[in-house]
Design a protein around this ligand. Structure first.
Ligand code: ITT
Length: 193
């Protein structure tokens, strides 16, 4: 059985990715900390490909990467691919989005998650993108999840990501939607070195 490196340094993301991937009988490994990939892409899918491919080549293993972020309509899609770089800590990033949005009445937003799986030679075997629509609250609610979860309200579920159980978030989130599309293909894949 070939090893698959989970190409992320974000612990919140890693916990969620492991929950999806444990449904597959894969031998998972963590990304070595010294491997850092410059996210130079302009789209989530470009950055997911870059991360998967570069980590695969560096580790000579299969690698799966997630590039994700929050896109706020009234901010012309910001923070978008810059979501991780919008501040030093989760609280700073949340404060900046709330400050920039101010009392704007159009609070629509979406979370996007692009996933790419690379072969050991850096070629992409599978990729997909999931989106979850929602709205930005005036202040955070809930203590679960990570990142921007407390301010992202999912209208269909009537709660923020931070108020959902792990199982609920894993089902309804952008990442859940991406994995729903990907899972049948991942199950069929033969991982060879
Ligand atoms: P890796 O590139 O190492 O995976 P990263 O944190 O840099 O880690 P991204 O470039 O994909 O990852 O940035 C994602 C940003 O969007 C980051 O700030 C997250 O906190 C946020 N984000 C992504 N998915 C999220 C989720 O499910 N809930 C809340 N915030 C999320």
């Amino acid at each position: 059985m070939a090893t698959v490196v989970v190409a992320t340094g974000n612990l919140g993301k890693l916990a969620e990715l492991k929950d999806y991937l444990q449904l597959l009988d894969w031998d998972l490994a963590l990304k070595p900390q010294e491997i850092e990939v410059d996210e130079t892409g302009e789209t989530f899918i470009e950055n997911a490909r870059l991360k998967a491919s570069e980590v695969a080549i560096a580790t000579k293993s299969w690698a799966i990467a997630d590039d994700s972020g929050l896109s706020v309509f009234a901010l012309n899609g910001a923070p978008g691919v810059l979501s991780a770089r919008y501040g030093d800590r989760d609280t700073d990033r949340i404060e900046r989005v709330l400050r920039e949005l101010g009392d704007e009445s159009d609070r629509r937003a979406e979370f996007v998650c692009a996933i790419a799986l690379s072969r050991p030679d850096g070629t992409i075997a599978l990729e997909t993108e999931g989106r979850c629509p929602g709205a930005i609250l005036m202040a955070g609610q809930g203590a679960g999840g990570f990142g921007y979860d407390p301010i992202f309200f999912v209208t269909a579920q009537g709660k923020t990501f931070a108020e959902m159980s792990n199982a609920e978030k894993e089902r309804y989130s952008h990442r859940g939607i991406a994995f729903e599309q990907l899972m049948p293909k991942l199950k069929q894949l033969k991982l060879t070195d």
